[in-house]
Write a protein that binds this ligand. Structure first.
Ligand code: MG
Length: 223
């Protein structure tokens, strides 16, 4: 996959849940004591400018007809990483990008209520827009002080700053590396701030993060 000047071959996408206090509150969820993570599958990935496909399966049922946007700062792993200390985390990061953790919200909540995992609600095709490029670590002085924003049809829906991340990047990477061997190209999304809400077919989504850029995606209904 090409992101700006970089080509990456991710083997997995790992996402943090509830990593901003205000988002945990809006989901009526507890503030986590350690990072909560889940995996997205590679079929979700779609690069800047390509459409997000709203599945008919969701759109046509009252039970599942809500799909939400979540804008997130993501980082890309640069070398094999297992059991690392947080002091060394930045040695394993290639750079930063924008990731949208698109979520079938009603499905997620109904699955959660019967103790099923988030897996299917997170992994429809195109539910992981990414890009527009990877900004190398050397170009970002402080990844914990970046404005992030998401607009739908020109209207701001999410606006926050990565300084509000509960678990910072070094701690997150050290934590994940206790469980999973991360390899070059793997994508780690750090969680979304508050303001998540529904998207609809024909919406235009623009997501931006300071010092990285902007991605633009049209939502279309699956044919
Ligand atoms: Mg998320």
């Amino acid at each position: 996959m090409k992101l700006g000047d970089h080509s990456i071959k991710p083997t997995k996408i790992i996402c943090l849940g509830r990593n901003y206090v205000e988002h945990a509150k809006e989901m009526k969820a507890k503030i986590p004591k350690e990072p909560i993570f889940f995996v997205k599958t590679l079929n979700t990935l779609v690069t800047n400018g390509n459409p997000i496909i709203y599945p008919k399966l969701l759109y046509n049922t009252q039970e599942y007809n809500r799909v939400d946007h979540e804008v997130e700062l993501a980082f890309i792993v640069s070398k094999t990483c297992k059991n690392i200390q947080s002091e060394h985390a930045y040695e394993y990061i290639e750079g930063y990008t924008i990731f949208l953790d698109i979520t079938a919200r009603k499905m997620q909540i109904s699955d959660r209520n019967i103790n099923l995992p988030w897996y299917r609600s997170k992994n429809f095709d195109t539910f992981g827009p990414i890009g527009p490029r990877i900004t190398p670590c050397s170009e970002i002085e402080d990844p914990h002080n970046l404005e992030l924003q998401l607009k739908i049809n020109g209207e701001v829906r999410q606006h926050s700053n990565t300084k509000y991340l509960i678990f910072k990047i070094p701690e997150t990477l050290a934590f994940l590396s206790k469980f999973i061997t991360l390899v070059p190209g793997d994508i780690i999304a750090t969680g979304t701030p508050s303001g998540v809400g529904p998207i609809q077919p024909r919406d235009l989504i623009e997501a931006s993060i300071e010092q990285i850029g902007k991605i633009t995606h049209k939502v279309i209904l699956e044919e």
